[in-house]
Design a protein around this ligand. Structure first.
Ligand code: FES
Length: 64
């Protein structure tokens, strides 16, 4: 599923970037070599990033 239509960023790409890089949606877009255009996707992108990071924390907690 595409999160950002303007830049053709898929949810899987954004989740991978969230695991590799720290920062908000605009920072991760930049890491992917993209720049927000219409900006309508940023709120959803932030939610996906938070979800991905929260999932990592849960996995780390169960590993200990
Ligand atoms: S849909 Fe992402 S900038 Fe337009």
């Amino acid at each position: 599923m595409y999160v950002c239509i303007c830049n053709a960023i898929k949810e899987t790409d954004l989740r991978a970037a969230a695991r590799c890089c720290q920062g908000n949606a605009e920072t991760l877009y930049a890491a992917l070599g993209r720049t927000p255009q219409c900006r309508q996707c940023l709120e959803e992108a932030e939610e996906i990033i938070a979800d991905e990071l929260c999932g990592d924390r849960s996995a780390a907690m169960t590993a200990h």
